[in-house]
Design a protein around this ligand. Sequence first.
Ligand code: PEP
Length: 248
Amino acid sequence: MRKTIVAGNWKMNKTPKEALELIETLKPLVAERDDVEVVFCPPFIDLMLAVEATKGTNIKIGAQNMYYEESGAYTGEVAPNMVKEAGCEYVILGHSERRAYFGETDEMINKKVLKAFEHDLKPIICVGETLEQREQGITEDLVRLQIKIALKDVPAEKAVLAVIAYEPVWAIGTGKTATSVQAEEVCAAIRKVLCEIYGEETAEKIRIQYGGSVNAGNAAELFAMPNIDGGLVGGASLKADFAKIVNY
Ligand code: PEP
């Protein structure tokens, strides 16, 4: 039985003070749901205080990115051991905004995934197609390639700890949600790829989230689909609405 996981990607929002305010607002609102894993992914600058502020609660903290080198002359980057030592359990890797604005490739994402596991961090690996790619009919081919490269050299015992976030680029921040049928179709295809790589037993254990304009009104229908094990939430994770998604 896969445990539903709802993660909030705060993106480049919330100063340390604002982060604390949001955490204090959400903490009691998500406290009851012990059958759902709740993860907040604030900006790097907020991570340590977010870890501190959520100690003893059911909320886990994740970073939104990290670099794949251990240390050195990489100005502006954050190393895996820094993310780990800050107290993070998760790290989002390969978000479409990182791919589109910061030139991240599937190969870079694979290096980051391997590093995350080396440092005992669980990666939330984002995949998904643009509107143009969907219209070209290559969604499943593309997602398949993204998954196969991201998980290259990842053994099954690590892969079960990963979360795959299917996020159609055209649905992110646009208010256009994929229908539950569209989302399920791709998530089922993702599970099939995982099955090809690792076999059915492992594939059945890996959680797949849907992301793209998830809100309090559509979460229940999306999360009820057989291959959707929760959501990666952007805009709606910055408000009390996030609690309604967790309590879908
Ligand atoms: C995201 O950033 O991962 C995301 C899904 O954003 P939104 O929920 O705002 O579409």
